[in-house]
Design a binder for this molecule. Structure first.
Ligand SMILES: Cc1cc2nc3c(=O)[nH]c(=O)nc-3n(C[C@H](O)[C@H](O)[C@H](O)COP(=O)(O)O)c2cc1C
Length: 192
């Protein structure tokens, strides 16, 4: 039987690796927020991981519903699944929105021109449209903005910090699944 601390350490390593490697299944995760009484879920890209305190990070348009929901209620949850290794990682989190501050500026400086384009949309995300529009400035649909023009995107750029309060890890195995929780620096088995 595998030691749960070893499984935990391995999964943390996979998460750290996933920031740089799009082929790693943990490169994207499903984020759930609370919209009044309804849960809302969507896929986002894992942009950073920090250990001690354990945090995960993603970028978003400040005008988006997810940011509005997190401002209203910072409680959220993150879900990762590695289909090949059959490991599910669930995280209970609280969010901090970094917007127009030193942290968001540092991240913006490291954001590629192609990604910066996503924050230059003339419409706030989820705006009802009469016709199709990719929500990037027309002149940059097929090209990237110059560094100078891309700065406009910073007006809408937010770097979201999720402090992980609790983890629930499930490893599926033909000879018996393993499930455990990590909270307050304690790690313990729970029934799968
Ligand atoms: C593979 C993939 C990665 C995505 N990454 C992000 C992301 O990092 N940040 C983000 O705000 N939206 C991302 N999206 C778009 C969201 O899933 C969502 O459609 C959009 O942000 C609107 O969500 P909201 O209305 O809940 O705010 C991604 C979508 C896909 C399919």
């Amino acid at each position: 039987m595998q030691n749960i601390k070893d499984i935990y350490d391995l999964e943390i390593n996979y998460l750290i690796e996933a920031v740089k490697h799009a082929s790693n299944p943990y490169h994207t995760f499903v984020l759930s927020t609370i919209n009044e009484n309804f849960p809302e879920t969507r896929t986002v890209v894992l942009r950073d991981v920090s250990i001690s305190p354990f945090k995960i990070y993603f970028n978003a348009d400040y005008r988006s519903n997810k940011v509005k929901e997190l401002i209203e209620n910072k409680n959220s949850s993150a879900l990762f699944y590695d289909k090949d290794r059959k490991v599910q990682v669930r995280m209970k989190c609280t969010a901090i929105i970094n917007f127009q501050n030193d942290i968001s500026l540092k991240k913006w400086k490291g954001t590629a021109l192609q990604s910066r384009k996503c924050y230059m949309g003339p419409y706030a995300p989820s705006t009802k449209l009469k016709d199709w529009h990719p929500n990037v400035p027309e002149e940059f649909i097929d090209s990237n903005p110059t560094l100078e023009k891309s700065q406009k995107g910073y007006d809408n750029f937010a770097h979201i910090e999720l402090t992980v309060l609790e983890l629930d890890i499930l490893k599926l195995r033909y000879n018996g699944h393993i499930r455990f929780k990590v909270e307050n620096e304690k790690i313990y088995h729970i029934s799968p």
